[in-house]
Design a binder for this molecule. Structure first.
Ligand code: NAD
Length: 331
């Protein structure tokens, strides 16, 4: 029996594939490489290049392989792009989920672990955010992911396909040996952007607003290491394999760090000055986003190992130094 990882050539998916292979699992990767990298996939995994929305292709993969469970990372995830091109997001993310569940149902595969997001909560009413808090997304990306959660719920009711929705907060870091890491084009995440300034690829870091309701005025976010995240997915697979019911969990460190704190940590780790300027606020940035992730700890037995942002940044810096141009595969 194999685990099928959709989006296994992406940033988080490639770390998940690597972790599964290390644990001795048989792993199948499906990815259309729209944002992923062929070189990121652990060579022990079997790779099918293709699109999740292509039912003919996906049925063929399920016909050829014996799949016990699916881990679904394949999606678009850039919030401002989703505001400009909402249909692109509903087509790929939400549409892809419908095709996937149809194929899973046809092949009697009844377990899925899904990449959801803090963006499904929108602007939180309180911090830390609990799984039971209202999900009111404020952008098409968050809406597309919330719709995917709802679709999985109704597929569970009708067909008994059990799911775990993992709502990630800010994912960062890399495999500590620097062999795989984060390489998005364009890059929109704070840690790799700060490190691009440290590398001299950007002149300065823009801090978007310093008058938020936070201790130092800059936005506060919750950072979770990509390997801790991968471990949570492995626990979620075990949870489903044990016959448990569908469920949703936040994945964060439960500790918030401001953009200024992240910058200070990156200056310390890299030894670089990393110039920064204050820029105007961006629309739609909540003051703070911090997860209550005690449910994942209690129910799944999740124990994140990276609770220090310096350590998270150190691993990202190891990847950046080893791969100054990322996977270097853009046309
Ligand atoms: P990524 O872009 O690096 O990875 C996504 C992968 O899916 C890529 O390899 C891409 O080629 C593939 N893909 C996309 N659409 C596809 C399709 N239709 N068919 C086949 N392959 C397809 O993104 P990431 O940062 O690794 O994020 C992975 C998942 O986690 C996404 O679903 C994202 O919404 C979610 N998430 C990420 C973060 C974060 O901080 N990075 C936070 C919350 C949620």
């Amino acid at each position: 029996m194999s685990i099928l990882v959709l989006g296994g050539a992406g940033y988080i998916g490639s770390h998940m594939v690597d972790r599964l292979v290390e644990n001795g699992a048989s792993v199948i990767v499906v990815d259309n490489l729209v944002t992923g990298h062929r070189a990121a996939i652990n060579p022990a995994a079997k790779f099918y290049q293709g699109d999740v929305r292509n039912a003919t292709f996906l049925n063929k993969v399920f016909d050829q392989e014996t799949i016990s469970a699916v881990v679904h990372f394949a999606a678009f995830s850039i919030v401002p792009e989703s505001m400009a091109k909402p249909l692109k997001y509903f087509d790929n993310n939400t549409g892809g989920m419908i095709t996937l569940l149809e194929v899973m149902q046809a092949h009697d595969v009844k377990q899925i672990v899904f990449s959801s997001t803090a963006a499904t909560y929108g602007t939180p009413e309180r911090i830390p955010i609990k799984e039971t808090d209202p999900q009111v997304p404020i952008n098409p990306y968050g809406a597309s992911k919330l719709m995917m959660e709802h679709i999985m719920h109704w597929a569970d009711v009708a067909y008994g396909i059990k799911f775990v929705a993992l709502r990630y907060f800010n994912v960062a870091g890399a495999k500590p040996d620097g062999s795989i890491g984060e390489d998005h084009g364009p890059e929109t995440h704070l840690v790799p952007i700060i490190l691009q300034v440290a590398q001299g690829k950007r002149d300065e870091l823009k801090l978007f607003g310093d008058d938020y309701q936070t201790p130092d005025g800059t936005n506060v976010r919750d950072y979770v290491h990509v390997l801790d995240l991968a471990d949570a997915h492995i626990l979620a697979l075990k949870y489903l394999a044990a016959g448990n019911d569908s469920n949703a969990f936040n994945l964060g460190s439960s500790t918030g760090f401001s953009n200024r704190q992240m910058l200070a940590a990156a200056r310390e780790v890299t030894g670089q000055p990393i110039p920064a300027v204050i820029a105007p606020r961006r629309p739609g940035d909540p003051d703070s986003l911090v997860a209550a992730s005690d449910k994942a700890r209690q129910v799944l037995g999740w124990q994140p190992k990276y609770d220090d942002v310096n350590d998270i940044i150190k691993t990202a810096w190891a990847w950046t130094q080893k791969h100054p141009n990322g996977y270097d595969d853009r046309q």
